[in-house]
Design a binder for this molecule. Structure first.
Ligand code: UDX
Length: 454
């Protein structure tokens, strides 16, 4: 099929590449000329395992192209995916300006029936707004053209996005029930047919339910995390081990094991933004979403749990102390630093006078960029941060290690070497990567999250 993807960011590129891999002809549009130039010269603007090879393969096969030409983009695709950013506004609600401007472009340039698919995470009611925007453009220009809007949210995890797209648990498709909507449903069924060969994975529903499904999924996962973080903090005081509790409850099939890991709080481009946006949707309808407000508030506190532990150990004044930081991205296998706990933790540590020596396997460039922003009003604090080339060099001369992101290479370090490198042999493990007993046997003073030590 002929597909256009508007927005060549994270979701757009993964969607475009995977649909091309399935044999479709994909046109990726972006208004950022630099990004398109980079893509056309063989580069990929984001780090996502497997994406560069998939794009190269499909470019060579003539199944994917990148351009800033809006007219050509709208002409190309029978199905037009909107995959542009929906950042948070100051009040937490989703900013739809890019989505609606894409809708306007489609309305201006289309000349025959199109299926317009909302892939961006958008609040309930956005499909109606996209439809209204296109209708407005058509009536202003005295054209009558049939089209239909579909809601088809993505459930891609950064770092595993290609696998998630190619092996989906489910595909959610929300359509309108009129004739144009029936045709749209038919086209979407054909597009996703390769995923339904063994059994049906697609859930067809009305557009509003599809829009809410996306938020419900992320809000539920965020809730599980905040719930476990709250219990972990209690576990520290009552002398229980949250990891044993995790296994004890996860074994109940009704609960399951996923997303029950306590840690330094959730970050990234989705959970924080989506939880806030859902709370705002509630406000819009005078519905006070109390659970989700608590989820957000627990998470904000949790991002500083390691700082609390450091302060309990070393006192509030950290002058003269140097901490090694392992892991900066909001989670492993990505260079994404959006709402990463490391940013708040480092800000607090250097604010109390500490120096930090930080290492991340892939996010160093992105981290430097974010720290420049975070410390633009206190450049003297920025000087207290050293970005190191290896995990071992980050340890040199440090009092203690603070592990923030659970990259695989941090799982089994040489603990003897680690102990010899640190002045105090203290580990603050924000992801419960290590076993407390083993660490004690190695002679470390070990602080996990919810592992019997506050
Ligand atoms: C998430 C959803 O999983 C995905 O379906 C949606 O499309 C986009 O948002 P992503 O943001 O890539 O994906 O990250 P995810 O792997 O879900 O992790 C989110 C955050 O939760 C990370 O900060 C992670 O460290 C944290 N987390 C996850 C925990 O703290 N504990 C857990 O048990 C799981």
């Amino acid at each position: 099929m002929k597909i256009t993807v508007i927005g060549s960011g994270y979701v757009g590129l993964v969607t475009g590449a995977c649909l091309a891999e399935l044999g479709n002809h994909v046109f990726c549009l972006d208004l950022d000329q630099q990004k398109i130039d980079l893509l056309n010269s063989g580069g990929v603007p984001i780090y996502e395992p497997g994406l560069d090879a998939m794009i190269a393969r499909n470019r060579d096969a003539g199944r994917i192209q990148f351009s800033t030409d809006i007219q050509a983009a709208v002409d190309h695709g029978d199905i037009q995916f909107i995959a542009v950013g929906t950042p948070s506004k100051e009040d937490g609600s989703a900013d739809l300006q890019h989505v609606l401007s894409a809708a306007q472009h489609i309305g201006q340039h289309m000349s025959g029936y199109k299926v317009i698919v909302n892939k961006s995470t958008v609040p309930v009611g956005t499909a109606d707004q996209v439809k209204a925007t296109i209708n407005e453009v058509l009536s202003e220009t005295n054209r009558v053209i049939d089209f239909s809007v579909v809601s088809n949210p993505e459930f891609l995890k950064e770092g595993a996005a290609i696998d998630d797209f190619m092996h989906p648990d489910r595909i959610v498709i929300g359509t309108y029930e009129d004739d144009a909507g029936c045709q749209a449903k038919d086209w979407m069924r054909k597009l996703y047919a390769p995923f339904n060969r063994h059994h049906e994975r697609t859930y067809y529903m009305d557009v509003r339910s599809a829009e809410l499904t996306k938020y419900a999924a992320n809000a539920m996962l965020a809730t599980r995390i905040s719930f476990m973080n709250e219990l972990a903090n209690l576990a520290d005081y009552v002398g229980a081990d949250i990891d044993q509790v995790r296994q004890g409850i996860g074994s109940d099939a009704r609960i399951g094991y996923g997303f029950l890991y306590a840690g330094t709080g959730y970050g990234g481009s989705c959970f924080p933004k989506d939880v806030r946006a859902l709370v705002q949707t509630g406000n819009q309808y005078q519905q006070d979403l109390k659970i989700l407000k608590a989820v957000e508030s627990v998470n904000t506190t949790q991002k500083l749990i390691l700082v609390r532990k450091v302060v309990n150990r070393y006192g509030d004044d950290l002058k003269g102390k140097t901490f090694a930081i392992w892991g900066l991205s909001f989670k492993p296998n990505t260079d994404d630093m959006r709402e990463a706990p490391s940013r708040m933790i480092i800000k607090e540590l250097v604010g109390r006078g500490a120096k930090v020596q930080a290492y991340d396997p892939v996010a160093m460039k992105e981290a430097q960029h974010c720290f420049n922003l975070d410390f633009r009003e206190s450049p003297q604090n920025l000087e207290q941060i050293t970005l190191c080339e290896t995990m071992l060099s980050a340890l040199k001369g440090c009092d203690a290690l603070i592990l923030i992101t659970e990259w695989k290479e941090f799982r089994s370090p040489d603990f003897t070497q680690l102990k010899n490198s640190l002045i105090d042999s203290v580990i603050f493990d924000g992801r419960n990567l290590y076993e407390p007993n083993e660490m004690t046997n190695f002679g470390f003073e070990y602080y996990g999250v919810g592992r019997c030590n506050s």
